[in-house]
Structure formats: C-alpha cells, structure tokens
Design a protein. Sequence first.
Length: 408
Amino acid sequence: MFELTLVWDWVSFAVRWLHVITAIAWIGSSFYFIALDLGLRKAPDLPVGAHGEEWQVHGGGFYHIRKFLVAPESMPDHLTWFKWESYSTWLSGFALLMVVYWVGGELYLIDQSKAELALWQGILISAATLSIGWLIYDRLCKSGLADHPTLLMVLLFVLLVAMGWGLNQVFTGRAMMLHLGAFTATIMSANVFFIIIPNQKIVVADLKAGRTPDPKYGKIAKLRSTHNNYLTLPVIFLMLSNHYPLAFATQYNWIIAALVFLMGVTIRHYFNTCHARAGNPVWTWAVTALLFIGIIALSSAPMEYEGDEEEAVLSGSALVLAQADGFEEVQEVVIGNCSMCHAREPFWDGIRQAPKGVLLETEADVARQGREIYLQAGVTHAMPPANVTYMEDDARAVIRRWYRNAGI
C-alpha cells in the first residue's frame, strides 16, 4: 500500500509539472504573436483588408504570414484557435492552488500573527480574490478608459499594488506572492475566455453570414492582449517567488511585488520596441537594473516573526504530530541537523535567512513542519543538503517512525 502522504506529494508534483508545461505553451504562443504582430510589414501585393505580412524561417522551411486587421473577405476552410493553452494553464494553476495552499492551508496560507482566521475563511478569501480582481479590472476596461490606455495601465498597476498589500495583511508572505500571481493570471486568462475569443467568434459569425465585421471587436481584443503581454513576466516571477524567502519573507514583500510589475513593463517595452523595429531603447535596461537594485535593498530588511513561538497554539495535524510517540527524539534530531540553518537568526556561514522561510527551532516549529521533515529528511535524503551534518540513517528512521505513529 502507498502512503497517503507520499501519494499526495506526487500528485502535487504532477499538477505542478502540468502547470509548467501548459504555461510554457501559453507564454510561448503569446510572445510569438506579439513579436509577429509588431514585426509585420507592408507589401504592394497585400490582399484587401490585410494589415501586413512577415516572412520567417524555422525548422528548415519558410513561412509566409499575413494578418488581416479585421477579417479576410471570406471565411477560410481551416482556422486554428489559440485558447486552450490559456485555459489549461489557468485550470492546472487553480488545481495546484487547491493542492498546496488550500489542503496545506494551516502551514502555507494563513499567518495567525496577522489575522486569526479559520482555514475555511482563508480559503474563502483565497477564492474571492481571483474573481473580485477580474470584476474590478473588467469594469475599468469597459468604463471608457479604453480610449486612454496609459491611464488604464496606471490604474491596473494601482489595483495590483493594492491587492498585494491587502493579501499581505492576512496571508503568509509566500501565499501573498502566489495569490497576487494567481490574481494576475486570472485577469489574463479571463481576458482570453470572456473577451478575446468571444470577440473573434463574433467576427467569424459575421463572415459566415456574409456581413462586414465591426472593427471594434478587434480593437477591444487587442487592448486586452496588450495587457496580457505586459503582465506575463511579473506572473512568472511571482510563481517562482515561493522558492526564495528573500522575495516573500520580508516586511516589504508587497513593495517588491510592485517593483516587479514595473520591471515587467520595462523589459517588455524593450522587446516590443525591437520587434516593431522602432529603435533600441537601451535606457530600459538601466531602469530595470535600478528597480532590481531596489528589490535587493528591500529584501535585506529583517524577517518578520511575531508572537511567542514557544507558546504558540497548535491545531489540526500539527497538534497530532506534537503528541505522537517519538516527538521528543525527533526534536533532538532536528535541533542537531536542521536548526543551524532553519532559524530566526541562522548561524550557518553564508545563510542569512532560513531557506524558504522554514523555521525549525521550537517544538511548535517542528510540529508545523512535520510533513516536510518526514518527506525531506525521513523518506528522502533531500535534507540536510549534501548531508553536510552527516545525518545517520538511524536518525532518519526516528523521523519515519514518529510521523507514522501519528497516523496522518
């Protein structure tokens, strides 16, 4: 029989792998079409309604691509829709959110030192942020601000910063970063699902019915696609941030996230300008570097550890693990092999902050991280890294017996 803990960890790995694969497909196609759109050139032999064309070479062959700004005169026999990359990315990401941050909410989602929430309340806030953000953004886009794209982008930035600050008031730093990324990705995928694809279907229906398509649908879709283009890189950063406590475990993490959104703008502006053959704005590299230096400076702020960890109240699986036979032995093993790095003030040379923000100093720390200790140091030899503390197999066996005694 397989242990539920091991099976669940592999499920998490499989969903994460799926999410990365689909994200690569979506981001790749998105970047390709942005570059293609900006690189289109006029030609004397373009058909009626064509905006531009591009010759490309790849894989040993040549491609001749033309774009119709509204639609061709007649409906082609074959039409490829680029939508499932977006849908699959969002669905797999939502599944991963549930697996990691909802099921593991007591450890990864809720920070009781910020807000005393029950797990179901944290999950409700988590789900609500994904939909509320889209509704606000969509209303802004339909309010007439579409005629003022720069102002609309500024308001979108303000919305994202406000969301980051708000999430940081209730969630762990790691969850704040992840949810801000999920919130942004929801806006991007909803743009595809609710705006871009439906507008394209209206154009296709007009063509089939012999009507002249209204160019406004293409204009609206183009605006949303541009937003997606500038949001992509920050989303990738936010999704990766949970591996780096220097990003998520400081008191200025929400400001770091805000600066990352600005970096996404400067980086994409450089490549968009180059793709459009409109110059070489090297100044964007200097601005990006300055923003990154600011992020490094903010990350050097002290880690936030509030409350009395020794007297922390345990609940759920952490309480069961703290009461299981062998807990005292495991505590000794952890103190001897892990706490020098996973401490509020690490004393292992070269480590300034606890890896991934994981603390293993007190009984409460060990109980809360019981599942990870079991997987990382009991079942596998992932920790300590390179076995730098010469952790013996007997010590790993102590961890396995303790965790299995808890019956989780």
